[in-house]
Design a protein around this ligand. Structure first.
Ligand code: ASP
Length: 608
């Protein structure tokens, strides 16, 4: 096929722009053939670019040579059309298209490039399987939904940049090739050619650098920062992802919160959603666990309710419930009214899920039928504020509890919290609380504060930092000595921002004193030697007049995903990796050449 040259031709309009107002105007459009319908002497080409689609009509009577080209054109060919805008005839308008009132009648058609028959058509709503989409990502990204997602993502990032810039934050870049930053994942390493046997690490976050920028007096920093973490992937994880990362000097927690609320408000506004004025809800970690059984509560669903004091010892005994452990209830709205068989099936499903854990369900429907227990059923219904439409779930510990309950009482709360989420998913069609209606109501934000500083690792019998080790403990817990003699009780000045049960970001007020930082390293089982070797430069920097500082980082990919109503981060990352950390389009990772390996002083060890 002979292709045409572009020459000096320029577009006058984009494919989504023309309206009846342009009726009779001569225009030049360029784009891809979205669809082609051949009626012999009339050929319709739907011409597509980022802005939309215009129907182009080629009439053999009007332009013979152009018509021959329209005959040759196929889906995804790139064409230029010179033609005249014409109002569509009565009844031929398409109200579903922004340009549906008009069409463009071809005078001249240039075939700028041909296209192989694509493995899937970007114009079709039926989506190809994900592997094919990722391999042919350039075609996948042509799809209208993807173009929308990236426009949204761009607008969100831009709004955040603008908000923070106006709020006195400076955008400063920090290096990609650096030393390990401890965020709890494995590092990606880059071997050094010049320094044999040495490696750079890609940053898991700009954490240390942003703290150093505070030491350097920049007062307020932000960055749209790429972070690299080698960890097992899930739908909401990618090996490289983007954070909106910020840090400020002389902060109170609330100052960080107000900043984040401000920029999220601006970001949501660009997506057409006006968040209510005023601060987000705030809850301590302990409360979150007690009421929701998780540190990232989904506030769209009702909380758990502690029913422990509503059953007296005699009732517990009759019902074979452990005397001392908590009894927790919750409702799943509108999921009630189950038939006898359905209820039994559900009860048995949940009981199977409990396995050997020692948890059981209290069947409130059955309680109602017993004279002695009917009042208890009524009391539970009232406490849970359940209507007859709702499903009531009450979880009890059986007599004779497993050992493990003795050391982690929270376990029961967490297990019931997980059941709450699982049943909410199961009955999502009934309660409809997860459906997006396009209003601020769909988005329930929350600050979770006062996380524990340490987590006990039962296997290694050691305390681990629950966050990165630069997080400051509460001043009170340093003063009281708890940091040294009661680690389990130490609270961190750490906070998470949570949206609809997803952790959007986390941050903390940092340690700004060298002595406290050194102590934290020590308390995490790091010898002074090791701390010096890994973080010596940072400990030293802390000694040169470090101001109190703190900050946070939020996942932009996650924000974009939620706003786009997408179910995976891959829908809002242009070139993402699969669950096995492969880029299917460029086929990475890939082996290095012998020459490269030699230069890098590397050898692959045989598989053991
Ligand atoms: N560096 C932390 C993270 O990536 C965020 C922060 O503490 O600011 O999660």
């Amino acid at each position: 096929m002979t292709l045409d040259f572009l020459g000096t031709l320029q577009r006058t309009h984009k494919c989504g722009e023309l309206r009846v107002e342009q009726d009779g105007q001569d225009v030049v459009l360029m784009g891809w053939v979205n669809r082609r319908r051949d009626h012999g002497n009339l050929i319709f080409l739907d011409l597509r670019d980022r802005t939309g689609i215009t129907q182009v009509v080629s009439d053999i009577e009007i332009a013979g040579p152009a018509h021959a080209k329209a005959e040759a054109a196929r889906s995804e060919f790139v064409v230029a059309v010179k033609g005249r805008v014409r109002k569509r005839g009565e009844g031929l308008e398409n109200p579903n298209m922004a340009t549906g009132q008009i069409e463009v009648v071809v005078k001249e058609l240039l075939l700028l490039n041909e296209a192989k028959t694509p493995p899937f058509s970007p114009s079709e709503d039926a989506i190809a399987n994900e592997e094919v989409r990722l391999k042919y990502r350039y075609l996948d990204l042509r799809r209208e939904q993807m173009q929308k997602n990236f426009l949204l993502r761009h607008n969100v990032t831009r709004a955040i940049r603008e908000y923070l810039s106006n709020d006195g934050f400076l955008e400063i870049e920090t290096p990609f090739m650096t030393r390990s930053t401890p965020e709890g994942a494995r590092d990606y390493l880059v071997p050094s050619r010049v320094h044999q046997g040495e490696f750079y690490a890609l940053p898991q976050s700009p954490q240390i650098f942003k703290q150093i920028l505070m030491i350097s007096g920049f007062d307020r920093y932000f960055q749209v920062a790429r972070c690299f973490r080698d960890e097992d992937l899930r739908a909401d994880r990618q090996p490289e992802f983007t954070q909106i990362d910020l840090e400020m000097t002389f902060p109170q927690q609330e100052m960080v919160f107000r900043t984040v609320e401000g920029f999220l408000g601006a970001a949501f506004k660009t997506a057409g959603i006006t968040l209510p004025a005023g601060p987000f809800l705030q809850m301590s970690y302990d409360d979150a666990i007690r009421k929701y059984g998780i540190d990232k509560p989904d506030m769209r669903l009702p909380a758990m309710v502690e029913l422990s004091d509503d059953l007296d010892p005699a009732q517990r005994e009759t019902l074979k419930i452990e005397q001392k452990l908590p009894i927790l209830g919750f409702i799943i709205p509108k999921a009630g009214g189950l038939s006898g068989t359905e209820r039994k099936k559900l009860l048995s499903e949940v009981r199977t899920g409990f396995g050997e854990s020692g948890l059981d369900l209290l069947d409130t429907e059955r309680l109602k039928t017993s004279e002695a227990f009917a009042p208890l059923a009524t009391l539970i219904t009232q406490k849970l504020e359940a209507t007859p439409e709702d499903l009531i779930v009450v979880v009890t510990p059986k007599l004779g509890t497993p050992e493990m309950w003795n050391y982690d009482r929270q376990w029961i709360y967490k297990r019931v919290g997980a059941l709450r989420l699982q049943l909410a998913q199961k009955f999502a069609d009934k309660h409809k609380l997860f459906e997006q209606t396009g209003t601020a109501n769909d988005f329930k934000f929350l600050w979770v504060t006062d996380f524990p500083m340490y987590e006990w690792d039962e296997e290694t019998k050691t305390w681990n930092a629950a966050h990165h080790p630069f997080t400051s403990p509460h001043e009170d817990d340093i003063k009281s000595g708890a940091l040294f003699n009661d680690k389990g009780s130490v609270r961190a000045l750490a906070y998470d921002v949570v949206l609809n049960g997803t952790e959007l970001g986390s941050g903390s007020i940092r340690i700004h004193r060298q002595d406290v930082q050194a102590e934290i390293f020590r308390s995490l089982g790091m010898s002074d030697e090791e701390a010096k070797q890994r973080f010596g430069f940072f400990l030293e920097a802390l000694e040169y007049g470090t101001p109190p500082h703190g900050g946070i980082a939020l996942g932009i990919d996650r924000i974009a995903m939620i706003l786009a109503g997408a179910s995976s981060l891959r829908e809002v990352i242009a070139f993402p990796k699969t669950a096995k950390a492969i880029d299917l389009m460029v086929d990475a990772p890939s082996p290095a050449t012998e020459q490269q390996m030699k230069e890098l002083h590397l050898k692959i060890a045989p598989r053991s």
